[in-house]
Design a protein around this ligand. Structure first.
Ligand SMILES: Cc1cc2nc3c(=O)[nH]c(=O)nc-3n(C[C@H](O)[C@H](O)[C@H](O)COP(=O)(O)OP(=O)(O)OC[C@H]3O[C@@H](n4cnc5c(N)ncnc54)[C@H](O)[C@@H]3O)c2cc1C
Ligand SMILES: NC(=O)C1=CN([C@@H]2O[C@H](COP(=O)(O)OP(=O)(O)OC[C@H]3O[C@@H](n4cnc5c(N)ncnc54)[C@H](OP(=O)(O)O)[C@@H]3O)[C@@H](O)[C@H]2O)C=CC1
Length: 499
């Protein structure tokens, strides 16, 4: 293809997830092209600024036509980017089109970082298709094994019903990416009781990629099939209520049946036949959990235990989708494989920006902020990247946005509202901190992290109503030494106290 045929656009954004769509929406008066591999895009709806930094919103999967109707200056091309030629300011797509840009933003998200590749019994969950495959396999399953101790594992073990779940975690407590052992202890009983009936079913419109919109299988993604994890069209990551629209029910008549194996990892995975042979060779009697012939796959853990199961979920994190962009360019990559970005969301290539799960924030962060690959940060980064692209084009100064001052995240685990603020797990503080905890079983768990008498982080589980006050205390760095444990005294209305 010659340069003549290349289309010109001031701004080009790659990726139709939250980061890419939010970035695109910020240019209401410029021609902008959004290139995306998946037929559906992800848009933020019902955005609410809950407090200075806490935000709450819904995420809707939509056909790209909705975005184009709302923003007539936006052109969405459904085709994966195949190559970036940063020096020439040009991207090529799988369908053979070329686009010249003045400023480019890469928002290609991530994919599951599976603990093993190419095993048809090991699934990752990322997008709608992989979630549907999981649901299909679960519907006939009697036992599954979940590996990993972060967000997806926490959601799955609680949501799955009608199927025994063996949950293998590396740590001494559950949920290590979000909680400490105290919070884990507060949450564990929820796994041992039946789930409450869901009060309000999810009413959000859901679109499918069946029929006319069928995936055109460009590059780069995980979809699970009988032949294992396949490289296929990559959809955007799922979000907060992804499990509400689908029935996560196995083949048995039980609510929860979760067994946690602590402090262990995966030693080996056997097919049914390999396992039978290994048992014969070692002439070992199989335990009740690993009866030969009962299961299609067997997993041996580093604690010596072996479980037979229908399939295994690898909920072991995310790896950024940098693939088509690195070749032939000088894009610096961080240790976690994300594209390194500075405080203007700019990569090491001029005029190339990145936002969301694909990037790694490499500026000197505020003492209360850290990157986590979350929906909120994808939105904030996409929004801020757009502002930086526009300001840089006009050579106008721009300051790092306030949202990067304080880490804040609202979510739900085990049907409890969860708010995380600042250095909620005393990240990077070493011994230089003290913790205050208030816990009422089944009701709330409140943990405050103090450093030199000042609040630097908090974990709030349940309807504590403390988020705004604590956010202010973290932001204003007031010396709280004089208050001691009174800070969490339930008989004091702390809101009035600090007004
Ligand atoms: C199961 C699950 C539950 C989650 N729950 C929560 C939650 O409760 N709260 C929360 O804050 N976060 C949650 N997350 C994390 C959150 O979904 C992600 O952090 C966020 O969606 C990342 O957005 P993104 O736009 O950076 O990437 P993505 O959503 O992954 O979007 C990437 C986009 O890039 C496109 N793309 C990829 N490669 C190419 C290419 N070569 N060319 C063109 N387009 C390409 C894809 O099609 C896609 O549209 C969850 C994630 C998962 C998997
Ligand atoms: N409600 C929410 O906010 C939710 C957010 N998410 C987000 O979606 C993304 C994907 O979720 P998820 O996959 O759970 O990723 P997370 O990063 O949340 O957690 C990954 C977990 O897997 C562990 N792990 C990594 N490698 C191995 C291995 N080889 N063997 C055993 N354990 C391993 C990690 O331990 P270690 O940390 O020690 O490496 C960590 O406990 C994340 O960005 C997450 O934040 C997902 C669901 C819900």
């Amino acid at each position: 293809m010659t340069d003549k045929q290349a289309k010109r656009s001031k701004f080009v954004v790659v990726g139709g997830g939250i980061a890419g769509v939010t970035c695109t929406e910020q240019f209401p008066s410029d021609q902008i092209v959004l290139l995306t591999a998946a037929p559906l895009i992800k848009a933020v709806t019902n955005f609410k600024q809950v407090s200075k930094t806490l935000e709450d919103f819904d995420v809707e999967e939509q056909p790209s036509s909705i975005l184009q109707e709302k923003y007539p200056n936006v052109r969405v091309i459904q085709s994966a980017v195949r190559q970036l030629q940063a020096k020439e300011h040009k991207v090529q797509t799988e369908n053979g089109e070329e686009f010249n840009y003045e400023k480019l933003c890469i928002c290609t998200g991530g994919r599951p970082k599976l603990f093993t590749q190419d095993n048809p019994y090991v699934l990752g969950i990322r997008d709608t298709d992989s979630a549907q495959e999981f649901q299909k396999r679960l519907s006939t399953a009697k036992r599954i094994v979940v590996i990993g101790n972060g967000g997806i594992a926490l959601e799955l073990v609680y949501e799955v019903e009608g199927c025994e779940v063996i949950w293998a975690v590396k740590d001494k407590a559950i949920g290590n990416t979000f909680f400490d052992a105290g919070a884990a202890q507060f949450l564990v009983p929820s796994l041992e009781t039946d789930k409450p009936e869901r009060a309000v079913p999810c009413k959000r419109t859901r679109y499918t990629t069946d029929g006319a919109n069928a995936l055109s299988a460009p590059s780069g993604a995980f979809v699970i099939s009988d032949r294992g994890v396949q490289n296929q069209a990559l959809g955007s990551a799922l979000g907060p209520d992804w499990h509400e629209g689908i029935k996560l029910k196995g083949a048995q008549e039980v609510s929860h049946r979760v067994h946690v194996e602590y402090q262990c990892e995966v030693q080996k995975i056997y097919t049914a036949e390999d396992f039978r042979l290994s048992q014969q060779r070692d002439s070992q009697p199989a335990s009740e959990m690993s009866k030969v012939g009962l299961w299609p796959v067997y997993i041996q853990l580093t604690n010596g235990k072996t479980y037979g199961c229908d399939f295994i979920v690898s909920a072991t994190g995310v790896i950024p989708n940098t693939e088509p962009f690195l070749h032939g360019n000088s894009l610096a990559v961080a240790v976690d494989s994300g594209l390194r970005v500075d405080d203007h969301m700019q990569t090491s290539e001029p005029d190339v920006y990145a936002a969301g799960d694909v990037c790694t924030a490499c500026w000197e962060p505020s003492p209360m902020w850290q990157q986590m690959r979350l929906w909120t940060q994808a939105r904030q980064m996409g929004w801020y990247a757009a502002r930086c692209m526009a300001a840089d084009l006009l050579q106008e100064p721009i300051e790092l946005d306030f949202c990067f001052e304080l880490f804040s995240h609202i979510t739900k685990f085990f049907n409890y509202k969860v708010v995380l603020l600042g250095k909620f797990n005393a990240q990077g503080l070493g011994q230089d901190h003290e913790l205050l905890v208030r816990c009422t079983k089944g009701h709330e768990y409140v943990k405050v992290v103090l450093s030199q008498g000042r609040m630097v982080g908090a974990v709030l589980i349940g309807d504590t109503d403390l988020e705004e006050t604590f956010e202010n205390l973290i932001l204003n760095q007031m010396d709280l030494s004089a208050y001691g444990e009174e800070l969490l005294n339930p008989n004091i209305d702390i809101e009035d106290y600090f007004d």
